[in-house]
Design a binder for this molecule. Structure first.
Ligand code: HEC
Ligand code: HEC
Ligand code: HEC
Ligand code: HEC
Ligand code: HEC
Length: 202
């Protein structure tokens, strides 16, 4: 008589799902993750990286000025767009919208794609200086019609590279110029960057 009735089975299944949902929720609460992987918000103007950085081969730094010198990568102001769009494709309603912003001196309200919580510190320049490419963290933006968050950007992801586990070869080679030991056995990873809490949380 230890057979479980189908009614009991259903109850068990509902319970299991509840545990999974509530449990999953609790894990979420415990790790308030910045990970918004795949996030691609609607933008006020459908700006295509594929068209500009890919097909037209524009350098990232043409628009994201000063990234090698600062913590943040800047998003270009309307005048950068006007370098071309005073003459290029002026029959497009989107380009006319950009021109209107320019005439009225109002910024285009781009929606942020990547955003770490306030308590985490991320400096672009330190990474660019050691040869970590934009693609490593942002994916192949040159192929994206619409940028999206490519990497998880959670703490484990930062740490895996800092610990020397996922560090790209070219970055290891760059760091080895000062600290040759980072090139030791790939199974015996040496940290390539700080893993001290205070480096990223201060
Ligand atoms: C013609 C100017 C232009 C060029 C060239 C350009 N970008 Fe952008 N980029 C923008 C604009 C405008 C935005 C904001 C709109 C958006 O998110 O699509 C942006 C947004 C981004 C974002 C998301 C920012 C956020 O909100 O988190 C990333 C990442 C990015 N660009 C990387 C790159 C990389 C990598 C390259 C080179 C392969 C590049 N961009 C080339 C203009 C440009
Ligand atoms: C080591 C990983 C990494 C590399 C390399 C990197 N980024 Fe980022 N990027 C990030 C993270 C993390 C953020 C979110 C930063 C924040 O919220 O403080 C970000 C944010 C951005 C933003 C939004 C503005 C900002 O600074 O928050 C742009 C634009 C951007 N990156 C462009 C680039 C470009 C262009 C390159 C190459 C020159 C590049 N990134 C290289 C990780 C990286
Ligand atoms: C170096 C020149 C150059 C710059 C700078 C530039 N663009 Fe463009 N843009 C182009 C070219 C070329 C096209 C393709 C035109 C065509 O299809 O005939 C284009 C097309 C576009 C389109 C598509 C229009 C449509 O309706 O098909 C949009 C939207 C756009 N750009 C927005 C922007 C924004 C926003 C900026 C500033 C962040 C910007 N562009 C900066 C050269 C540029
Ligand atoms: C693909 C590899 C990689 C990823 C991913 C990465 N980093 Fe780094 N990080 C580096 C390298 C390389 C350095 C430079 C170390 C040096 O200058 O010797 C560095 C340096 C830093 C520094 C300067 C501190 C120091 O003294 O080492 C901070 C802060 C930092 N990273 C934060 C972050 C955060 C936060 C993330 C995740 C959002 C992140 N990094 C993701 C490779 C990476
Ligand atoms: C290389 C950079 C880096 C280092 C080193 C680092 N953290 Fe973080 N940490 C982050 C980032 C980025 C986030 C936010 C992303 C997220 O919420 O997943 C974060 C989030 C957190 C959180 C929020 C909960 C969570 O997991 O999301 C806690 C707590 C935390 N870190 C504690 C620590 C402690 C303790 C240390 C030292 C043992 C440490 N961190 C070292 C980058 C780092």
């Amino acid at each position: 008589m230890s057979r479980i009735s189908s009614g009991q089975k259903k109850t068990l299944l509902v319970l299991a799902i509840l545990v999974m949902v509530v449990g999953g929720g609790a894990v979420q609460l415990f790790y308030p993750s910045a990970s918004n992987q795949g996030y691609a918000p609607e933008q006020p103007i459908p700006f295509s990286h594929k068209l500009h950085a890919g097909d037209n081969k524009m350098a990232c730094a043409y628009c994201h000025v000063g990234i090698e010198k600062s913590r943040h990568a800047s998003v270009p102001s309307v005048n950068v767009c006007m370098n071309c769009h005073t003459v290029v494709k002026t029959d497009s309603p989107w380009i006319q919208k950009i021109q209107k912003h320019f005439r009225e001196g109002t910024p285009i309200e781009w929606v942020r794609v990547h955003e770490l919580p306030d308590f985490a510190y991320f400096p672009h320049k330190r990474h660019v200086a050691k040869g970590v490419s934009c693609e490593t963290c942002h994916g192949d933006v040159r192929k994206m019609e619409k940028v999206y968050q490519y990497a998880p950007l959670n703490m484990g992801w930062c740490m895996d590279c800092h610990r020397g586990v996922t560090t790209p070869r070219n970055v290891l080679a760059e760091i080895a110029k000062e600290r040759p030991e980072v090139m030791d056995s790939s199974l015996n990873h040496k940290p390539v960057a700080s893993i001290q809490c205070a480096a990223c949380h201060h």
